[in-house]
Design a protein around this ligand. Structure first.
Ligand code: CTP
Ligand code: CA
Length: 231
């Protein structure tokens, strides 16, 4: 499919996305992370750009190249991702802001690590002679999607949820908990790193399924669904 044949559904709209995993250091050479190739988020960024949007992609560490015409900002930790999202939405000059705080749409695709290591070490941890293991202390990371949805004039917020079971129940519950108009669910495990996926869209009217397809095709369908909901 040639990009220029796509209808420009998001012409003059600004779209901000998070994608990929976050990485939370334990020491300079170790850390904890979430499973995410970034493929779905990058596919959505590409589809949004093809649909005429101005796209900023805030990405955790992935092996992917930025899609053509997409501005990518690399981050590592959840806190950095949170701070970068917030500065993109509220930290930009008033002259560049529109009525929706600098972005029309915010799509949170990133697999954000829920916890960070409080007692991360500045030096590489060495094994103990007695065979004892280090004790890591965790604290919860900020919820980026919930923080954006709670802004005084939030962009149109789209969340993602990878569930391992009971997607229809957990999906709608998560949409309400996060207070977002649209939540995109998939049944996890068999989708990580794959090129295809199967999505369920939850909104105030219930849920609809997008049948299993390539991630790029699903991304285009999702962009069309978002564009219709903006009108
Ligand atoms: N999310 C986020 N910031 C976080 C955690 C999650 O922005 N600190 C976003 C994700 O990008 C995704 C949505 O919230 O769009 C749902 O993520 P998920 O991990 O499924 O939800 P949680 O609220 O973290 O719940 P759970 O306990 O099931 O992990
Ligand atoms: Ca989580």
């Amino acid at each position: 499919v040639v990009a220029s044949f796509q209808p420009k559904l998001l012409k003059s709209k600004r779209l901000l996305l998070t994608a990929g995993p976050t990485f939370e250091p334990i020491d300079p050479v170790r850390g904890i992370t979430n499973l995410s190739s970034g493929k779905m988020g990058y596919a959505i960024a590409r589809a949004a750009r093809e649909a005429g949007a101005e796209v900023t992609l805030i990405s955790g560490p992935t092996a992917l190249a930025a899609p053509y015409g997409v501005r990518r900002i690399n981050v590592q930790t959840a806190q950095q991702m949170h701070d970068m999202v917030m500065s993109q939405l509220v930290g930009i000059p008033a002259s560049e802001q529109n009525a929706r705080n600098g972005a029309t749409v915010f799509v949170a695709v990133a697999a954000v690590a829920d916890w960070r290591v409080v007692n991360a070490s500045a030096q590489k941890l060495k094994k103990n002679a007695d065979g004892s293991a280090p004790t890591l202390v965790f604290e919860q990371n900020p919820d980026i999607l919930a923080a954006v949805a709670a802004l005084p004039k939030p962009p149109y917020c789209v969340g993602f949820a990878a569930e391992s079971e009971q997607l229809l129940r957990y999906g709608e519950a998560k949409r309400i908990k996060k207070n977002v108009p649209l939540l995109v669910g998939n049944i996890g495990h068999d989708t990580f790193g794959k090129d295809d996926n199967q999505l369920v869209l939850f909104d105030a009217n219930g849920h609809t399924s997008l049948p299993r397809a390539g991630k790029q095709q699903l991304a285009r369908q999702l962009i069309a669904e978002i564009a219709h909901r903006l009108d």
